[in-house]
Design a protein around this ligand. Structure first.
Ligand code: NAP
Length: 247
């Protein structure tokens, strides 16, 4: 029970990595609020699955890219839980294309969902965490934000932006005992990576020293560490969960 008594909010948890984080947090005793946008049925099913761990689970439909909705979301979760100890900014999308063909819309949409979302929830939650004098914010970046990737200029920019935002937040709020870290997953097998063609997937796998794609649970375990009291002296860091790919 690594998170017994803690209250967590995870964005974009209807499937993939976010869902694995929500399940791991519930299993370890945290009350879990989570969001989804288009996968309404999956969101409702997850609420029931989480409640079966004997914790309080709340699923909320909320667009992470929308500032006003993020403010309402934080208020709703605080009304229900009274506090938020862990915020995981996980919601994210891809709109891959070579730069020559990338539209302004494709660039914009990815910044709004991946990067602005992190600003939106963090901005809405920090006053509460400052009053609590504690909090752990975990932002899901990507190895692509560290090293870049052809065909993903929009996504890489958003994920690199998350790293700068994470480090700045850690510097600003450390004196209030608020920690902020980023996780940079490598190639994790989810619906997001299902969209890639077989040749690209083979290329990723060959480049991974551990010779396998990561599972959502691999990222969830890193979140457990950063959300729990095992990491009380860790802040402003980027933890690569990539099977050694970035080494
Ligand atoms: P996924 O399977 O496509 O799941 C994405 C989740 O984000 C879904 O729950 C989706 O909810 C939610 N979401 C998308 N837009 C949203 C919005 N505007 N508001 C609220 N929720 C929204 O993706 P994943 O692979 O689990 O990725 C999760 C995170 O890890 C993303 O930030 C991604 O960039 C990052 N990441 C993934 C990999 C990888 O290899 N898979 C690697 C590095 C980083 P709905 O379905 O309800 O819309």
């Amino acid at each position: 029970m690594m998170l017994k008594g803690k209250k967590a909010l995870i964005t974009g948890a209807s499937k993939g990595i976010g869902k694995a984080i929500a399940v791991a947090f519930a299993r370890e005793g945290a009350d879990v609020a989570f969001t989804y946008l288009s996968s309404v049925e999956k969101g409702k099913a997850l609420e029931n699955e989480l409640a079966s761990y004997g914790i309080t689970a709340i699923g909320i439909r909320s667009d992470a890219s929308d500032f006003t909705q993020a403010e309402a979301l934080i208020k709703e979760v605080l009304d229900a839980f009274g506090q938020i100890d862990i915020l995981v900014n996980n919601a994210g999308i891809t709109r891959d294309n070579l730069l020559l063909r990338m539209s302004l819309d494709d660039f914009d949409a990815v910044q709004k969902t991946n990067l602005y979302s992190v600003f939106n929830t963090t901005k809405a939650i920090i006053k509460t965490m400052m009053k609590q004098r504690s909090g752990s914010i975990i932002n899901i970046s990507s190895v692509v934000g560290v090293k870049g990737n052809a065909g993903q200029a929009n996504y890489a920019a958003s994920k690199a932006g998350i790293i700068g935002f994470t480090k700045s937040t850690a510097l600003e709020l450390g004196s209030r005992n608020i920690r902020c870290n980023a996780i940079a997953p490598g190639f994790i097998e989810t619906e997001m990576t299902d969209q890639l063609d077989a040749k690209t997937v083979e290329g990723w796998r060959n480049a991974i020293p551990l010779k396998r794609g990561g599972q959502p649970e691999d990222v969830a375990n890193a979140c457990l560490f950063l959300g729990s009291d095992l990491s009380t002296y860790v802040s402003g860091q980027v933890l690569n969960v990539c099977g050694g790919m970035l080494t």
